[in-house]
Design a protein around this ligand. Structure first.
Ligand SMILES: Cc1cc2nc3c(=O)[nH]c(=O)nc-3n(C[C@H](O)[C@H](O)[C@H](O)COP(=O)(O)O)c2cc1C
Length: 195
């Protein structure tokens, strides 16, 4: 059984909803899942680093703040430098997701930051694996996966409303898809390593 860890930051709860959808998808893909807050991983000397060391895949999540990841997520990225020195995440799978208030809102900036982090750790990036959806369809249409048209990871849109209202069904289903995809690929990855 593959082990997937999700590390996310959420200032106001919207990316948390997305992270929970990624978690549900990874569980339905047969993985054991740990949902970790980046807030608890900003110090390389303390926090659940061993959980990440044991994971076969790490999925990164952050809101898009000023066109990139949030400051707390960036502090987590800085704190991974100790792991980097020891090469502990080499050949683990990685993937990412981000939520912002605009349809695009420069979420690509946050996702690219996560790709860079993963590649610095010699991880293997898993893309979203979906064609673009239909932006003209209602965002509460859960069948309209990837309505925002990202390829690197899962995007979600949430304005200045409570997280119970947004992100809407389409974006949460897209996040769930990402979790499921990473779990399935991680299971193959683990099997390949042991067979
Ligand atoms: C400091 C800050 C910077 C932001 N920058 C952007 C941005 O660059 N693009 C965008 O579309 N939304 C931006 N937003 C809006 C957030 O991305 C959006 O509200 C998101 O849903 C917040 O997620 P969270 O509740 O998980 O923190 C910003 C919000 C804050 C607080």
């Amino acid at each position: 059984m593959a082990h997937v860890a999700i590390v996310y930051h959420s200032g106001y709860g919207h990316t948390k909803k997305q992270a929970e959808a990624v978690q549900a998808g990874a569980l339905s893909g047969g993985a054991t899942v740990d949902l970790l807050k980046a807030d608890d991983l900003t110090d390389s000397e303390s926090g659940p680093w061993e959980t990440l060391e044991k994971a076969d895949a790490i999925i990164f999540g952050s809101p898009t703040y000023m066109g990139s990841v949030s400051g707390i997520f960036e502090s987590f990225a800085d704190a991974t430098s100790k792991v980097w020195f020891d090469g502990k995440w080499k050949d683990k799978l990685a993937a990412g997701f981000s939520c912002s208030s605009s349809l695009h809102g420069d979420k690509s900036g946050a996702l690219i930051r996560m790709v860079t982090l993963a590649c610095q750790h010699s991880m293997i990036w898993v893309s979203l694996g979906l064609p673009p959806g239909k932006p003209e369809h209602p965002s509460d249409d859960a069948g309209n996966l990837n309505r925002l048209g990202f390829y690197m990871g899962a995007g979600a849109q949430a304005g200045n409303v409570p997280p119970e209202e947004e992100p809407m069904a389409s974006d949460l289903a897209t996040a769930e898809h990402l979790g499921h995809r990473v779990a399935e690929i991680a299971a193959r990855h683990v099997k390949g390593a042991t067979s």
